[in-house]
Design a protein around this ligand. Structure first.
Ligand SMILES: [Zn+2]
Length: 142
């Protein structure tokens, strides 16, 4: 089924998270970066969790990540996801450091494994662009 046809709840967009969603609409994965201590930050916060500085700016992430954990969802928390069960969600560790809970795109027969290289694929889900991730064909990073 086309993920764009799902009727799932919309994200709550606040002033703090708006830059993330605006970038997503443009097909980019943007995360915060602390200019004080050189740390990338996700999810969006008003101050750096590392050094408490408020010198956070938005930067595009490389989109490369490593799969840290994943699970197949058979009973989703919202009925809007029922048409595509079972589907996969995972925690990915971005190349920049932060981890992110995300939808995992799978082709039939895709064998996922913890430690697999994944990459972001901007994906239409329920009428909006979301950053989803997919296993990279080769374990090599480009
Ligand atoms: Zn910092």
């Amino acid at each position: 089924m086309d993920l764009d046809l799902l009727k799932t709840p919309a994200p709550t967009i606040t002033a703090l998270t708006a830059p993330f969603w605006k970038a997503a609409e443009e097909g980019r994965l943007s995360i915060q970066y602390c200019e004080e201590c050189d740390t990338h930050v996700f999810y969006p916060r008003p101050i750096c969790p590392q050094c408490w500085s408020d010198k956070l700016v938005w930067k595009d992430a490389s989109g490369r990540a490593t799969l840290k954990a994943f699970s197949e969802v058979h009973k989703p928390g919202h009925p809007g996801w029922l048409p595509i069960v079972p589907y996969t969600v995972g925690v990915v560790e971005l190349e920049e450091g932060p981890t992110m809970l995300t939808f995992i795109l799978r082709d039939a027969g895709d064998e996922l494994g913890v430690g697999a290289a994944v990459h972001v694929v901007p994906t239409r889900i329920s009428g909006r662009n979301m950053p989803a991730f997919k296993q990279s064909r080769s374990q090599e990073r480009t």
